[in-house]
Design a protein around this ligand. Structure first.
Ligand SMILES: Cc1cc2nc3c(=O)[nH]c(=O)nc-3n(C[C@H](O)[C@H](O)[C@H](O)COP(=O)(O)O)c2cc1C
Ligand code: SF4
Length: 439
């Protein structure tokens, strides 16, 4: 009971029973129109039952034109409130809190979906990014103001649905990063140029959310402590530095944010998020779904399609991060934590109790968020509570789940962790048929 992992974490307006947060894991398990499904409820329940203190939801798009992939439950209309209330009710049964992650894709829209087919998504700038070549169109100031309001209204719905708090997804290349990052934002108006200008959109959203939901509702921000923009792409700048990340953290605290969630990486995926090798073999099967999406996707597909080029892709991905490190972002997290007084969560590879405990004791962070290792072992917190240091079959960081997410249901796709292919499929499919929930 003295274990730091199982000490409650007190935020200003929320208490979580332990220091383990399920980090967001998006997947195409909802209806095409953005309404939620029983599979989503089963999915979230699985982790609540496994003992995490809080679940941070998958991205919840606040506007259909700003979703990342189709088939994610959204929160753009009041009619979606009852569904989210049902999710929250199911998660609460296990004394687990539920934090909704609100997002806009900006140009990082992997698969547009049929209603966005002929639309170029709004971003901070015109032009395309350097990974898939996904294009965006610069927002004018009226569109920025509308987006600020759209976030605020979505936050209001989250509160009405009984969510215990919200997280803004300002990390890993989505719309907020497209404003924040010096490598991406080349605007010349009040929303570009200096760091202060680049942070303006995010800070305006924080202010508008506070107006909408009040001062006593938990609001946290997942953001990049540093961009490491040139980790994968060659011949580009490195983007925001850790010094800039620290400054953004201070501004967010001053603006009334209750907690920070530290990530790194100016795109998603990025060699540091999620860490581990590029899953070239799985991508050779799933990436065709992205061929129409970006100016570079077809060329990427050719690289992923042929075994001969896999070593090149895998080397490019890993060249700056050759070793997988549990707690890969702890150094950056420590710098953020030292600069603010609000609690700080860290994402990145955590799955060993002793590593997590050491990070908490050294005050590198106040809690850890976990995605893939929980997908592999949803009962990891219960195992830690029994005194185990690791799950018997830990996550291998193979990133196959990441490649599958483009077209297949969420789950662990590393067959080596299962007795057979059938056993793996059985585990993946159980969210569609678990005991449950009738909507
Ligand atoms: C399949 C998949 C989907 C993800 N979806 C999201 C998401 O919706 N929002 C988000 O902030 N991060 C998302 N992430 C990133 C994770 O939340 C987490 O930050 C990252 O995987 C590193 O943590 P881990 O090493 O514990 O997996 C996703 C990761 C994976 C593998
Ligand atoms: S497929 Fe399974 S083992 Fe591989 S990274 Fe994903 S969760 Fe971990």
């Amino acid at each position: 009971m003295d274990d730091p992992i199982f000490q409650p974490l007190h935020f200003r307006h929320l208490t979580v029973k332990n220091r383990l947060f399920r980090s967001s894991i998006s997947g195409r398990i909802d209806s095409y129109d953005g309404s939620g499904t029983a599979a989503r409820i089963n999915w979230e329940k699985k982790f609540a039952r496994g003992g995490v203190g809080a679940i941070i939801s998958s991205h919840i798009p606040v506007d259909p034109s700003q979703r990342i992939l189709p088939n994610y439950a959204m929160i753009d209309r009041d009619e979606q409130i009852p569904f989210w209330r049902e999710v929250v009710k199911n998660v609460h049964q296990y004394d687990c809190k539920f934090i909704g992650q609100l997002s806009m894709s900006g140009r990082q829209q992997d698969i547009k979906g049929v209603e966005n087919k002929h639309r170029v998504p709004l971003s901070s700038v015109d032009g395309w990014e350097h990974f898939h070549g996904l294009s965006g169109k610069a927002m004018n100031q009226k569109q920025i103001a509308e987006s600020v309001l759209t976030f605020a209204r979505a936050a209001g719905r989250a509160r009405q649905a009984g969510m215990d708090g919200i997280e803004l997804h300002a990390a890993n290349g989505y719309l907020f990063t497209q404003f924040l990052s010096s490598a991406i934002n080349k605007r010349s108006d009040d929303y570009g140029g200096t760091l202060e200008n680049r942070a303006r959109f995010l800070l305006e959203v924080v202010g508008a959310i506070r107006q909408e939901v009040g001062a006593d509702y938990h609001l946290q921000v997942k953001f990049n402590a540093a961009d490491y923009h040139n980790d994968y792409v060659l011949n580009v700048g490195k983007g925001n530095t850790l010094v800039e990340g620290v400054q953004v953290a201070k501004w967010l605290e001053q603006a009334g944010v209750d907690a920070l969630h530290v990530s790194v990486g100016s795109q998603f995926p990025h060699p540091r998020n999620p860490c581990g090798p590029f899953p070239a073999e799985s991508a050779s099967v799933t990436y065709p779904s992205m061929i129409p999406s970006g100016k570079l996707s077809f060329w990427n597909y050719l690289l992923f399609r042929y075994k001969l080029s896999w070593p090149l892709v895998i080397w490019l991905w890993a060249r700056r991060q050759p070793k997988i490190r549990e707690g890969i972002n702890l150094e950056e997290c420590r710098a953020i934590k030292n600069a603010v007084t609000i609690p700080v969560l860290c994402t990145g590879g955590f799955q060993t109790a002793s590593v997590i405990r050491a990070a908490l004791v050294k005050k590198d962070c106040d809690g850890v968020s976990i995605a893939r290792p929980l997908m592999a072992n949803p009962n990891l917190p219960l195992l830690f509570a029994e005194g185990k240091d690791q799950a018997p079959k830990p996550c291998t960081y193979c990133n196959k789940c990441l490649a599958h997410v483009l077209v297949d249901p969420l789950g662990c796709y590393d067959e080596s962790r299962f007795e057979s292919y059938e056993a793996m499929m059985d585990e993946i499919m159980n969210i569609f048929r678990d005991e449950n929930v009738l909507l």
